[in-house]
Design a protein around this ligand. Structure first.
Ligand SMILES: [Zn+2]
Ligand SMILES: [Zn+2]
Length: 302
């Protein structure tokens, strides 16, 4: 499964049963990723039965509290339950000093390695066997990054019965998946297409963090399948959105349209709105395949 589970979709003030930003990306069966970790995220994780033992990478977009106040909580709780495997934390540099200070004041040491990766520029952050994550700049009042998560399937799928029939050794299977032909010891060549079929298409997801409307980052997210974009305000507050370095529902939809995405998820709603139905209708006028996110729901990358 490649999906996004929303833990929090509100902006800074929790309201109407909605919580500050955090989401879980399920991409490979063995691992999950977290983007942003607003206050109370560890409670949301319990509510939705997310297994932190599978969580090895946390990405923090920027250092406004509604995106990271939950980080120290989740890290110290991982220590309390005796976590030993390393945790990668990607965030603007000051968060590292902040966490080390909090641990020092509490006279705490972690039983696992916290590997901190400062975000300083647009780059590839993680390159794992089944996924990769890169960051791109968005335009907020302080330094702020969005993230792109890419699936990495092997390009071709092996037909096991066929591969066995031609006595292809297991050690050659990775090369088969990469599209190579197999040369048998007797000199005969087994064409790749005889034992493999086309694999699954790799999909991608972009998380667009707090930003005012600009097309400056559209090229970074061009042709991703699913976009999550902040939509703090409705369209009538476009001026206020710009002054506060945020976007409206219509602006989020314009970004999705220009990026050529298949679907758009909206979040980071201002606490002034209880009913979110207008977010969906305003965005759909520009980009029809839009959904207003709900906490606890997992959205599959199309
Ligand atoms: Zn925010
Ligand atoms: Zn912010």
């Amino acid at each position: 499964m490649f999906g996004v589970t929303i833990l929090g979709n509100n902006s800074a003030l929790p309201a109407h049963g909605r919580h500050p930003t955090s989401q879980i990306i399920t991409i490979a069966d063995e691992e999950i990723l977290m983007i942003d970790c607003g206050e109370g995220t560890q409670m949301r994780i319990r509510d939705f039965r997310v297994k932190t033992s599978k969580l090895n990478h946390i990405f923090i977009s920027h250092l406004h509290g509604d995106h990271y106040f939950g980080a120290i909580g989740i890290i110290t709780s991982m220590a309390l339950v005796g976590r030993t495997q390393s945790l990668h934390l990607y965030a603007p540099a000051p968060l590292h000093a902040l966490i080390l200070t909090q641990l020092k004041i509490a006279d705490s040491t972690l039983p696992f390695e916290l590997i901190f990766h400062p975000l300083t520029k647009e780059e590839l952050l993680a390159d794992e066997e089944k996924f990769s994550v890169s960051c791109f700049k968005v335009f907020h009042r302080i330094e702020c990054y969005g993230f792109i998560i890419n699936e990495k399937h092997r390009p071709r799928k092996i037909m096991p019965a066929k591969a066995e029939e031609y006595n292809i050794p297991l050690t050659f299977y990775k090369k088969l998946q990469a599209g190579e032909d197999y040369s048998a010891p007797d000199g005969s060549v087994i064409k790749n297409q005889m034992v493999t079929i086309e694999g699954k298409k790799n999909r991608s997801y972009a998380f667009c963090a707090d930003t005012y409307y600009t097309e400056a980052y559209v090229s970074a997210i061009k042709d991703v399948d699913l976009i999550y974009h902040e939509a703090t305000y409705l369209n009538d507050l476009e001026l206020q959105a710009k002054q506060r370095f945020h976007s409206t529902a219509g602006q989020a939809a314009k970004i999705a349209l220009k990026a050529g995405a298949k679907a758009l998820l909206l979040g980071h709603f201002s606490s002034k709105y209880k009913d979110l139905s207008a977010f969906e209708s305003e965005a759909k006028e520009i980009f029809p395949n839009t959904e207003v996110t709900q906490e606890g729901v997992t959205y599959i990358v199309p």
